[in-house]
Design a protein. Structure first.
Length: 351
């Protein structure tokens, strides 16, 4: 049973493999914080979001306002990137500042829990593509292995049979899912002060966001605007994270891999130019990000040739593809996972 698209047989784990690479990257200064650059980028994003909302106000109660959901979704995704970077301690040396930036961008701007995202994302980084330990490949609406798909019937069976076809449409629901998952996570921790703070910021987000929409436009247009904005935000954010791991190696408890193998063999980079880097928030350098999660995103493109060259020297498979090819690999894996269910469905229809 194929669970992923294998690049090459994994080598025997060597704990020392990562140390020379880490030393080389440190000597290049790529782990140093870029606080001033982050301050400029965050300030610019805030200014552009304010300008977009000003445009919404100036257009008045018009269906043309829906056009502004496009830049607003892109800028909201940028805010999510800054929250992500804060969670990885990329911006400064202060944990308190990171938590402030993360909560302002995650809870207040995006309406999702910074604490929930950190908990989930850190578990993903610790064991990428491990079905028992990585929440991003756990069984849910979508499945990532044939074992997860086995025995699925009804609606879940239909979803698993067709998940490759409906993957991108499903991403339009991700913006809402982030809010719902956040609320469920915080509800279980509601007596903690940090959870109460996050819930308060999320409540402020909802009041400001929907209050502004219903104040500026008619109820029908406000609902349409919110639905389209969240759909585009989910599609954009999901499209950035989707190419990174799907269809790559999926280790299990018997895989005796060191840090280098665990992060490189389960990740895939996306080739591109500065536009690709900007739209994907630098996370198209997924291998480098997983190896050095605290590295400022702007440095990942400079780390790539160092990491690629090192992997070539030690015989470590390193995969970087175009955007379309990365989606083809990921969707191909999802289609393969549902193959046995499709065969069973066809057999049932024929009988």
């Amino acid at each position: 049973m194929a669970q992923s698209i294998a690049l090459a047989p994994p080598r025997a784990a060597k704990g020392s493999d990562f140390a020379p690479l880490l030393r080389e990257v440190k000597e290049a200064g790529l782990l140093e914080r870029r606080t001033a650059a982050y301050a400029i980028s965050i300030g610019l994003n805030v200014a552009l979001m304010a300008a977009t909302w000003a445009g919404i106000v100036l257009l008045g109660n018009s269906w043309l306002q829906l056009l502004l959901t496009i830049p607003l979704a892109v800028l909201t995704t940028r805010a999510a990137f800054f929250g992500h970077d804060a969670g990885h301690q990329q911006i400064s040396s202060s944990r308190k500042l990171h938590d402030l930036i993360g909560r302002l961008h995650g809870n207040l701007v995006c309406g999702m829990s910074y604490g929930w995202w950190n908990d989930k994302h850190n578990r993903h980084h610790a064991n990428p593509n491990h079905t028992d330990k990585d929440p991003d490949v756990g069984e849910g609406v979508l499945v990532w292995t044939m074992e997860q798909a086995e025995g699925r019937t009804g609606l879940y069976g239909w979803l698993s049979r067709n998940q490759a076809k409906i993957f991108f449409p499903l991403l339009t629901l991700e913006g809402i899912n982030l809010k719902v998952s956040s609320l469920l996570f915080l509800a279980g921790r509601r007596r903690r002060k940090d959870a109460q703070l996050e819930l308060g910021l999320m409540a402020a987000h909802l009041i400001l966001y929907f209050g502004a929409l219903f104040l500026i436009m008619s109820p029908g247009k406000a609902i349409a605007f919110a639905a389209l904005h969240h759909a585009l935000f989910g599609l954009h954010l999901g499209s950035v994270f989707a190419p990174n791991h799907k269809g790559m190696e999926m280790p299990d408890d018997d895989s005796n891999w060191g840090h280098l193998e665990k992060q490189v063999l389960t990740s895939r980079n996306v080739d591109g130019d500065l536009v690709t880097d900007w739209m994907m928030g630098g996370l198209n350098y997924q291998i480098e990000h997983h190896l050095f999660p605290s590295m400022p995103r702007a440095n990942l493109r400079f780390a790539q040739p160092i990491v690629r060259s090192y992997c070539e020297r030690i015989g470590m498979p390193y995969l970087s593809t175009g955007l379309v090819e990365s989606y083809r690999m990921g969707l191909g894996h999802m289609h393969e996972v549902g193959s046995e269910l499709r065969a069973e469905h066809r057999a049932g229809q024929a009988s």
